[in-house]
Design a protein around this ligand. Structure first.
Ligand code: KG4
Ligand code: ZN
Length: 341
């Protein structure tokens, strides 16, 4: 018999619901919150209010698109954390009451574990290779930058991570310095396509082990542009494609350097990427090139599973369901991931 799981994601500024039938995604509805754009970042209070408005319509659409009745669901999986508390509370509270009403198990999910396990969810009639254990996953989002060693669905260890800004923040903050709209990552990606990545050179930080740092990059971009603007007021406008390409090239280079080191030190050549920044075209190409350069087997998610989505919550829920790893009504949001270093 097939297992139907409803996944609910509300950790930041996307309200999402997804229904899966075993590992097949029947629906994955995402309501983005445009309200934050004019503030240049996510405003927590506005995010929770929008989740509150969106959650019922989004879940309704997910059930409709999956063409199933709520009584067919076997369990409700929800993001317990990490994320914004007010946002998490909306999804958590809804999931608890829905599971209680339907008298089915409630399953709490760690958002970062889910970004990684998104690789195991399949779109109907579009089978994709899934990573073999053990594999390394570079999780790069607006809040996290981690190299995770994945030994099984539930055995994951962070072997490297940022000591300051996340890769997504590096994109977003650089974009802000350039006067580009939020979120800056996709905007830089687009501009970079027609720019010269070697036109401007920014320093690569020297950080020990497998850890990352991006705060120095932000400062060097700030000083570089400040100096150039003194010479030419239109410097950014005239060079925005080259600046974007050079910034993207530097961020990708920083990310790759430690991932290569991690692969060499662990001997693992199964390499996956996850999280919002894994949508970046420069990063996707660089990872793919690793197949030739380092004999990697790489796993690059479909675009819709890079940024926050509930399909990743539902698939992680399926694995926990199979193990009987259920939660009770006392489950409360947390802000720190369960993944260990
Ligand atoms: O995973 P995600 O949706 O949310 C978090 O959990 O943080 O990631 C959002 C981040 C933002 O910083 C956004 O700028 C970045 O992912 N991002 C990108 C691209 N698309 C999204 N960064 C670079 N290039 C992209 N194409
Ligand atoms: Zn995320």
């Amino acid at each position: 018999m097939s297992t139907y799981i409803l996944g609910i994601e509300s950790s930041c500024d996307d309200t999402s619901a997804s229904v899966i039938k075993d590992n097949i995604i029947l629906s994955n509805i995402i309501a983005n919150q445009k309200v934050h754009h004019k503030y240049g970042g996510v405003v927590p209070e506005l995010a929770s209010r929008s989740h509150q408005q969106n959650i019922i319509p989004v879940i309704h659409s997910a059930l409709m698109e999956a063409n199933i009745n709520k009584n067919q669901l076997h369990a409700i999986a929800f993001t317990r954390g990490p994320g914004l508390l007010g946002s998490l509370l909306v999804g958590t509270s809804f999931a608890k009451s829905f599971a209680m009403g339907l008298k089915i198990p409630l399953i709490e999910i760690d958002h970062l574990q889910a970004h990684i396990l998104a690789h195991f969810a399949q779109k109907p009639n579009q089978p994709k290779d899934t990573p073999n254990f053990p594999f390394l996953c570079l999780t790069v989002s607006g809040g996290h930058t981690q190299i995770v060693r994945v030994d099984s669905y539930f055995q994951m260890q962070i072997i490297g991570q940022t000591i300051d800004d996340a890769a997504g923040e590096a994109f977003d903050k650089s974009a802000k310095i350039m006067g580009l709209p939020y979120p800056g990552g996709p905007v830089i990606d687009k501009l970079a396509k027609s720019g010269d990545p070697n036109r401007f050179v920014f320093p690569i930080p020297q950080i020990p082990n497998l850890d990352y740092s991006f705060s120095g990059l932000k400062t060097s971009i700030l000083y570089f542009l400040r100096d150039q603007l003194k010479l030419d007021n239109d410097f950014i406008e005239k060079n925005k494609n080259h600046i974007a390409a050079s910034i993207q090239h530097t961020i990708v280079k920083i990310l790759l350097k430690k991932l290569v080191k991690a692969s060499e030190s662990t001997g693992i050549k199964e390499i996956a990427i996850a999280g919002g920044v894994s949508a970046n075209s420069g990063l996707r190409t660089a990872i793919k090139n690793g197949e030739k350069e380092y004999s990697w087997k790489t796993y690059i998610p479909n675009f819709e599973f890079t940024t926050d989505n509930a399909a990743m919550i539902a698939i992680t829920g399926l694995f926990k369901y199979r193990e009987g790893l259920f939660s009770d009504q006392k489950s409360a949001p947390y802000t720190r991931s369960v993944l260990k270093t």
